[in-house]
Design a protein around this ligand. Sequence first.
Ligand code: ZN
Length: 271
Amino acid sequence: MPVSELVYSIIVYAFIFLFGITIGSFLNVCIYRLPKEESLTKQNSHCMTCGAQIKRYDLIPVFSWLFLRGKCRSCGAKISPRYCIVEALNGIIYVLVFMYYDFMYSPIKAILVCLLMSALIVVFFMDWDTQLISNYMVLFIAILGILDYLRWQFELDLYHIDDADLKSRIIGFFVVSLILLAIELLSKGKAMGRGDVYLMAAAGLFLGVKATVAAFFIGLVTASIAGLIIKHCTGGSKFAFGPWLSLGIAICAIWGNQLADLYLRFAGFIQ
Ligand SMILES: [Zn+2]
């Protein structure tokens, strides 16, 4: 690769990272304010300990936290590293998604997958904290699914994309959500929340049937492992399924069809 091209790539990906951590900062706001039904646009972030308003120059994603070494400038109280982790995670995921799709697929696909990943980060941490899945996030994911279908319609002849067609997305909407709904009703909401049902329905519109089933299996396996570890470490029984479903959806938004085909081939269903 010529040097000029390399420099150009580095600059582009640096901008994508900065954009990603800025959105990540907004995701933190969503994670903390959506459960309390507070306004997302209201300004004035403040220290959770002393209540001091955080100065604008201390609100730079990732870098402010690192510069202040995770402490409040006024009172010195520790600020959770999770703020920084959520911002950095979103930035890194944006870079990786763009690297994966940009030239191979289409930039529009990359943008839609980035937005999906951001919504899943909010679902992951909010459900972890509160055992609640925001209906706004679920609705947002459903809208992304519909936009992804429209993109596929327009780009079908331009790119060779192994994407879900309309039938697959509609079946994807029901295939896992109906099973979860049955479990939710039979267990009277103890084994499963209604939020999990809606999440898998919305994800189905984005993923299509094969990747939705794959996402559900990854969710089940990781939830079982995480459940055992959490029970062993804390002895607690409070456990959310949503974070692990989100993880499965995130993986399968990119590799769902390949993973499903791999399994089907392994099981001997296809050649
Ligand atoms: Zn403080």
